[in-house]
Write a protein that binds this ligand. Structure first.
Ligand SMILES: Nc1ncnc2c1ncn2[C@@H]1O[C@H](COP(=O)(O)OP(=O)(O)OP(=O)(O)O)[C@@H](O)[C@H]1O
Ligand SMILES: [Mg+2]
Length: 398
């Protein structure tokens, strides 16, 4: 699994831009709102009169409805040694259930599951829980994480997923104590993510994922990528409509600039976020990095763009932890694709279908394919020299 050095992943990091409208941006303090991904708009606090919505009946019939007590038993009463991580929604625990009856079992018996428990009581949290149940209850694809069931008992809201043994891509790319993943594995993850998004965008009611980021890309035991977290997903535009107008939600550093500025959402917003993830896979740097001394306002995209558009300097963005073990031509083509996905004009970005095709046709010469992990270069985990150090501030827009 993806937890660093056997410890639970660090809790409570700033991430999502939850429930912050583009209009609200103009009269809110983004820094204040960025403090926590779980921060709720005052108007969305759960009041005593709030009746939590229920999952769609046709959807919930595909899913197991768990009792709260069963999930307590499956996770040793949500004990901290079962904690896998925490996001804006709440904590994620490892649990065990019987493969056939789905009843809670003792640790190590049956199948492992990841149980996400909504913290606090907010309308936004309930909405995300419901969106996740409704989307993942209906959608099945090898690059989407499988939702097994849910619990909606009094105010408790939980989700039960298949357990993804290698944890999140975020853990593998950015945690210092985790062995770096190889070029071949990185590109196969990019292809898996592109397949997942292509699937969503090709549905009759094209689904916009809206929160693509390294922490939402989970990896199975063979490093196959699966998209998780459909709490912010939205049906895309239909008919003659070019976009859907929404609140700006998502994650700063990954969200498309035109979407953040206008609230106009299109499938090309996902393509932009995909470009950011591709850049993270190439560079081993975070979209926004709050670690390290001092913060810079610069994002990974701002830092990388001058390199991406200069064929002689493009390989300077590459993660030194790859130890040079990658196809030069493949890296150049992937960097070119990232640049196209990051185009400021969404119309000039490729569709996910085209991006997937480009990735599947990447030149693969000189790639070491023997192990999912590249050897550490002599320079260890130090990043390649750059015109200016990339240190960016991680913060939520909303
Ligand atoms: N199905 C799963 N299998 C294994 N680990 C999981 C699973 N789902 C989540 N995790 C772990 O729990 C962590 C927290 O996940 P969660 O989706 O709650 O938050 P996040 O993605 O880090 O942030 P955000 O709330 O902004 O989406 C993940 O990074 C991952 O390490
Ligand atoms: Mg997540």
């Amino acid at each position: 699994m993806g937890n660093c050095c056997g410890k639970p992943a660090k809790c409570a990091h700033a991430s999502s831009i939850g429930g912050f409208s583009a209009v609200a941006n103009s009269h809110s303090d983004p820094k204040k709102d960025s403090a926590s991904s779980s921060q709720k708009l005052p108007s969305e606090s759960l009041t005593t009169s709030f009746v939590p919505p229920k999952p769609d009946a046709s959807v919930s019939s595909n899913l197991k409805s768990f009792n709260f007590n069963d999930l307590k038993n499956a996770t040793k009463n949500f004990r901290t040694d079962s904690l896998l991580g925490e996001g804006g929604f709440g904590c994620v625990f490892k649990g065990w259930i019987d493969e056939n009856t789905l009843a809670p079992t003792k640790p190590g018996i049956g199948i492992g599951v990841a149980i996400k428990k909504l913290k606090g009581e907010s309308l936004q949290g309930h909405k995300e829980w419901l969106a996740e149940v409704n989307y993942l209850g209906q959608l099945r694809h090898e690059n989407l994480v499988k939702l097994i069931g849910y619990c909606a008992e009094s105010d408790n809201r939980l989700l039960v997923y298949e357990y993804m043994q290698k944890g999140s891509l975020e853990n593998h790319l950015f945690r210092k104590c985790v062995q770096p993943i190889s070029w071949a594995t990185r590109m196969s993850i990019a292809i898996g993510v592109a397949r997942g998004l292509t699937f969503l965008h090709s549905l009759d009611t094209n689904v916009i994922y809206r929160d693509l980021k390294a922490s939402n890309i989970l990896l199975d035991s063979d490093y196959n990528a699966r998209l998780s977290d459909f709490g912010l997903a939205r049906d895309g535009p239909t008919g003659d409509n070019t976009h859907v107008s929404t609140k700006v939600v998502g994650t700063q550093g990954y969200a498309a600039p035109e979407y953040v500025a206008t609230g106009r959402l299109t499938p090309k917003s996902d393509v932009y976020s995909f470009g950011v993830v591709l850049l993270e896979l190439l560079s081993g740097k975070r979209a926004l990095d709050e670690e390290g001394p001092g913060f810079a306002e610069e994002t990974l995209v701002d830092w990388a763009k001058p390199f991406l558009s200069d064929s002689r300097r493009v390989l300077r963005i590459m993660d030194t932890r790859l130890g040079g073990q990658y196809s030069k031509k493949g890296a150049q083509a992937a960097a070119e694709l990232a640049l196209q996905c990051l185009h400021t004009d969404p119309k000039n970005r490729p569709s996910m279908t085209d991006a997937l095709r480009a990735l599947e046709n990447l030149p693969t010469t000189n790639v070491m394919r023997t192990s999912p992990h590249a050897k550490l270069s002599q320079h260890g985990t130090k990043h390649m020299s750059s015109p200016h150090n990339h240190k960016a501030r991680a913060a939520t827009v909303n």
